[in-house]
Design a protein around this ligand. Structure first.
Ligand SMILES: [Zn+2]
Length: 357
């Protein structure tokens, strides 16, 4: 059975999903990343009579924002949750690189109209090329590389991979694909098969949302708590309904303006793809009915946190004096507190409940 590895330019795919969404006729279109590699290879096999193909690995190369305006915290966190889901649920190999937003909003439309700033992506294409070439060159690599890409920069890569005796298949999106990739005459000798358009397999790669009944765990919630959602929930993470989430966003912005330093955020530490540093701290104050509090770090510095920063506990479960681990998004300046990013409550392990089998 031919061994296949799939290499996805995640940044390109992400920014071109809208074309597929338009053609799919449902606005909430998302790709089912669990089904994507298999759907592509079975299409490839059917069209070319290749028999069964064995997808041994799927890589996704992407980027995530750092040094963004903290108003966009939830947006940024979604991106990280997405990479976590790819790794944990579907065993993708994800390589993600930071994009520096220089303290600006993440979406172009949220920035000042005359702001010439444009975020610069680094490394994604080179990382994809390095991996594809590496696995082409080692003995236990692949027989066939599937590249899910659109940018023309990859053509020398495909040539080299083929010169190493491996096959290359290109999968792309019609509205965003370098012409040479779909050229049937293929003068540059980039590929072994006709291009496959994701546009032609929309139904097969669409994510079918599963509705679940969950309780909104927000202390601000009004009315019945049980609602349905198609959101994926990570283990132990409390669910908040749409209404509460938008209330939180407003609240958090206001509170941070009031209680935290004006200093620019300190996410730059992640610049080199390192995980954000984790600190030990203790909950030093809580304003329960407003949903926020402060953490004291061992060095005495204080950090604001909001209930949406909790990763593993309900707001009601947190008490003054509790020990936590947390990341920092803003350093304290003068008398003003810094701001925490993710806050994890150190929950006491209840021995008997776990060990009783
Ligand atoms: Zn709610």
């Amino acid at each position: 059975m031919a061994k296949v590895m799939v290499f996805i330019d995640g940044t390109w795919l992400y920014s071109n999903l809208r074309h597929l969404a338009k053609e799919s006729n449902h606005p909430g279109f998302h790709i089912d990343y669990g089904a994507l590699p298999k759907s592509i290879t079975s299409e490839l096999s059917q069209r070319n009579g290749l028999g069964s193909l064995d997808v041994t690995r799927t890589f996704l190369f992407g980027s995530y924002p750092i040094n963004y305006d903290l108003v966009d915290e939830d947006r940024a966190r979604k991106r990280k949750d997405f990479f976590t889901m790819l790794r944990e649920d579907y065993h993708y190999e994800v390589e993600a690189f930071p994009i520096d937003y220089a303290d600006r909003r993440i979406l172009h439309d949220d920035r000042e109209a005359d702001d010439p700033f444009s975020p610069r992506e680094k490394c994604v294409d080179i990382a994809l090329a390095a991996s594809m070439l590496y696995y082409a060159a080692i003995p236990s690599g692949y027989d066939l590389a599937v590249a899910v890409v659109g940018d023309k920069d990859y053509f020398p890569l495909f040539q080299k991979v083929r010169q190493l005796g491996k096959q290359v298949a290109i999968v792309s999106i019609r509205q965003s694909c370098a012409k040479m990739y779909s050229d049937r005459q293929d003068p540059k000798k980039l590929k072994d098969f006709h291009i496959i358009w994701l546009n032609d397999m929309i139904e097969r790669i669409a994510w079918a949302p599963v509705e679940m009944e969950v309780e909104c765990r927000s202390p601000l919630h009004e009315g019945a708590r049980l609602t349905t959602t198609t959101m994926r929930l990570r283990n132990g993470q409390p669910y908040f309904c749409e209404v509460c989430r938008s209330k939180f966003a407003e609240q958090k912005e206001e509170q941070m303006r009031e209680y935290t330093s004006a200093g620019i955020n300190s996410l730059a530490k992640e610049e080199n793809g390192e995980e954000a540093a984790m600190y030990d701290g203790m909950v030093e104050a809580l304003i329960p009915d407003r949903g926020f509090g402060f953490i004291k770090r061992a060095d005495g510095a204080s950090f604001f946190f909001h209930l949406t920063h909790l990763t593993n506990a309900d707001w009601e479960a947190v008490g003054v004096g509790d020990s936590v681990k947390f990341t920092v998004t803003k350093n304290p300046v003068g008398a003003k507190a810094g701001a925490a990013g993710e806050v994890t409550l150190n929950q006491e392990t209840e021995g008997p409940e776990i060990s009783q089998l």
